[in-house]
Design a protein around this ligand. Structure first.
Ligand code: UD1
Length: 443
């Protein structure tokens, strides 16, 4: 994998755009198979996970093109309903094909998805929801064999407001006869985006953004066209980067409402942040101050995906801040790297106590997507040079991160490992895509 070389302490100045949301576009791409014909997804970020999703679509028989930031998926000739182990291991979001495959073909076969880097990530809620709708799901030697002669609308009560399970239930429910009511649904903005895309296909769905989502199924769907929302975790990352390095930056195409808890935390830490329309301005004079405890929680709480980047910014600040990670186990993979930079962080189970101090550059390794981004955030605020390996993880969720940061005045350089993988070869066709063979990761 490639390596970043970052020389810190360069204030970030200027204006950058936030790209489309990874977590929004992945379920939307899965949804394209619900109808024959050509769906068009705009503001589709050029990310490793997005192209992995496109690879699965191609294997299922769809024709996929990526053109000027739009993904065009023609699902007319969908000819398969099984996904290979190799593609399933590429990322967790591959499980989002379960619902739409059942809805379109009445069957689906796949292994449990990858994505174990954040601790155990079961899919029991996905399976339970689909069984409620009438699917018969068996586990044969680690492969899930799913059949549904007919899906029927039902009331589904999720034990946890799981984002993926809510999405899978919605995707299957549009193909079910009758009305499905999903209770204790996840309320994340990406669920609203999925609802809006499904509506563009003619589906009758409402309630997304609240705890109850209602789907009136059995409606004939047609291809959809949709522009995905901006990425709120990328927004949180850029805000944290400016907070860490200092400077003054304008984020374009960013929705402050989706990052309100992150803005509140950074404001408490001493940053000046304003927003108008789809712009956010941040001004940071380092060092940051300590803040009240951060508890990660389902939306609209503090996002677990933004915990590592905020921690990285505060690690180089002053005073003591407590982080409590309530969503995922093993979500402190970045702490080891931060400590190599001189950070004072004590982890005890789901709790991390950060005592801010001056950081210095170090040899670092990314172990997951947001943990990797956190190392970049810390390196931008640290004295001297850092080298960050494992960029394949960061590429899953950040398009051209180094170009964006360089345009703001950061000193960051990507040292390319020849032939490790071929992102450059992706456009405009996708057929040369080589999946990254990793054990897990977010998504
Ligand atoms: C999605 C996001 C991920 C984010 C997470 C929480 C995508 C592609 N990924 O992941 O970036 O960190 O939401 O905001 O959108 N759980 C179960 N059983 C299940 C499903 C989930 O116990 O069947 C648990 C998980 O282990 C976790 C919690 O529920 O502890 C939340 O997971 P979930 O909301 O499902 O996250 P993902 O959809 O995987």
């Amino acid at each position: 994998m490639d390596t970043y070389v970052v020389t810190g302490k360069k204030p970030l100045m200027g204006s950058v755009s936030v790209h489309g949301s990874k977590n929004s576009v992945l379920p939307i791409l899965a949804a394209t198979i619900l109808a024959r014909g050509e769906s068009v997804i705009h503001n589709c970020p050029a990310l490793r996970d997005v192209f992995a999703m496109a690879e699965i679509l191609e294997c299922l028989g769809c024709r996929v093109k990526y053109q000027e930031g739009s993904m065009i998926v023609d699902a007319t000739d969908l000819s398969r309903s099984d996904i290979s182990d190799c593609l399933m291991q590429e990322m967790r979001a591959s499980v989002l094909f379960l619902g739409p495959l059942l809805a379109r073909t009445g069957e689906a076969e796949m292994s449990c998805p990858g994505g174990c880097a954040l601790g155990p990530r079961p899919i029991d809620l996905h399976i339970k929801a689909l069984e409620e709708l009438g699917a018969d799901i068996a586990d044969r030697d680690g492969r899930l064999i799913c059949r549904a002669a007919r899906l029927s609308g039902r009331k589904i009560v999720l034990e946890l407001p799981s984002v993926g399970a809510t999405e899978n239930a919605m995707l299957a429910a549009v193909g079910a006869q009758g009305t499905t009511v999903i209770c204790n649904a996840a309320r994340e903005p990406e669920i609203v985006d999925l609802q809006e895309f499904l509506k563009s296909m003619g589906a009758k769905v409402w309630g997304a953004g609240g705890a109850t989502v209602v789907v009136e199924g059995g409606v004939q769907l047609h291809p959809g066209e949709y522009t995905v929302m901006s990425d709120r975790i990328v927004t949180a990352t850029y805000l944290s980067a400016v907070a860490s390095a200092g400077g003054e930056v304008e984020l374009l195409g960013a929705d402050y409402r989706t990052v309100a808890p992150v803005i509140a935390a950074l404001t408490e830490a001493g940053c000046a942040i304003q927003s108008l329309g789809n712009r956010i301005w941040i001004q940071s004079h380092t060092p940051l101050r300590n803040i009240r405890s951060i508890y990660t929680a389902p939306y609209p709480g503090f996002p677990t995906d933004a915990q590592p980047v905020l921690m990285a910014a505060l690690a180089g600040g002053t005073g003591k801040t407590e982080f409590i990670e309530t969503i995922f186990e093993n979500r402190f993979s970045h702490v080891e790297g931060l400590c190599r930079m001189g950070a004072d962080i004590q982890v005890d189970g789901i709790r991390a106590i950060v005592r801010g101090c001056a950081l210095r550059g170090a040899e670092l390794e990314a172990y997951d997507l947001r943990g990797g981004a956190a190392l970049v955030v810390a390196a931008l605020g640290a004295e001297g040079e850092s080298r960050i390996g494992g960029l394949g993880y960061i590429d899953r969720g950040y398009a051209a991160l180094e170009d964006t940061l360089c345009s703001l005045g950061a000193d960051i350089f990507r040292f390319r490992e020849p032939d490790t993988y071929g992102l450059e070869a992706l456009e405009p066709g996708l057929s040369t895509f080589e999946p990254l063979k990793v054990a897990g990761g977010e998504g």
